[in-house]
Design a protein around this ligand. Structure first.
Ligand code: KIV
Ligand code: NA
Length: 257
């Protein structure tokens, strides 16, 4: 297996579906890579998963860099995508450029930015600087304080048109791909057909060029799992049982023997 590049991901559109999963440390990055995952996203879902926050809003660049470095140390062949956290993409371009450059210095292969048309100009400049960018449209969880709830996007004609505009602007800006989150499946399919770059869906039906899931959902480690996710294992139960047995063995003197 060879190290995957953004070009490899781009070339999969129309030929092979793209499997993306989040990972936040070396252990899970190694396991994801061994499983043949195409791209590992260090998502700012770090906030609601391992960091114990209610949303992604409190996650900082320092938090993200810490975890990007952990994943990079696993040296996966999978593409390493670093998620630009809350508010950062809305700072002045020089600040954003420096933060994205720091992600690449930390070992990421590219960055992901929540946003479409509104951020297309900045995304173009990042791409010009040599930083591959993945966009993110539909539900953007960093907007939660404004949205009030994690609603589904692209159900109305107006939203559908706006999302297609976002998608086209991202493509024009040189983004190599983008996430479509929690969006009407028909709209997501329409968006996918409207652009030449791969779309990565989450809660957006099966018409996208690839899928991304949060690893704690896939593994059954989260306290709550969104209905669109699929739990492939129940690690919570396995870990609880192991911890209980260990505690019991220590108390009874069975371990160490
Ligand atoms: O932070 C994250 O994990 C994400 C994916 C759900 C796309 O942005
Ligand atoms: Na994210």
């Amino acid at each position: 297996m060879k190290k995957k590049t953004v070009k490899n991901i781009l070339e999969k559109k129309g030929t092979e579906k793209i499997a993306v999963i989040t990972a936040y440390d070396a252990i899970f990055a190694r396991l994801a890579d061994k499983a043949g995952i195409d791209a590992i996203l260090i998502g700012d879902s770090l906030g609601n998963t391992f960091m114990g926050f209610d949303s992604t809003v409190p996650v900082t660049m320092d938090d993200m860099l810490h975890h990007v470095k952990m994943v990079a140390r696993a040296k996966p062949n999978a593409l390493i995508i670093a998620d630009v956290p809350f508010a950062v993409a809305h700072k002045c371009f020089d600040s954003l450029l420096e933060d994205c450059a720091n992600f690449l210095r930390a070992g990421a292969d590219c960055v992901k930015i929540e946003g479409g048309a509104l951020l297309a100009e900045k995304i173009k400049k990042l791409v010009d600087a040599g930083i591959p960018v993945m966009g993110h449209i539909g539900l953007m969880p960093q907007q939660i304080l404004k949205l009030g709830s994690y609603k589904t996007f692209g159900k109305t004609q107006e939203e559908r048109e706006m999302l297609i505009e976002d998608a086209k602007k991202l493509e024009e800006a040189g983004a190599f791909s983008f996430v479509i989150e929690k969006t009407d499946p028909e709209t997501a399919r329409e968006i996918t057909n409207a652009v030449s770059i791969p779309t990565i869906g989450i809660g957006a039906g099966n018409g996208c060029d690839g899928q991304v899931l949060v690893s704690t959902d896939v593994l059954g480690l989260g306290e709550w799992i969104p209905p669109f996710a699929k739990k492939y294992a129940d690690l919570s139960a396995i870990v609880s049982k192991a911890f209980e047995e260990y505690a019991s063995d220590v108390k009874s003197g069975k371990f160490p023997s």
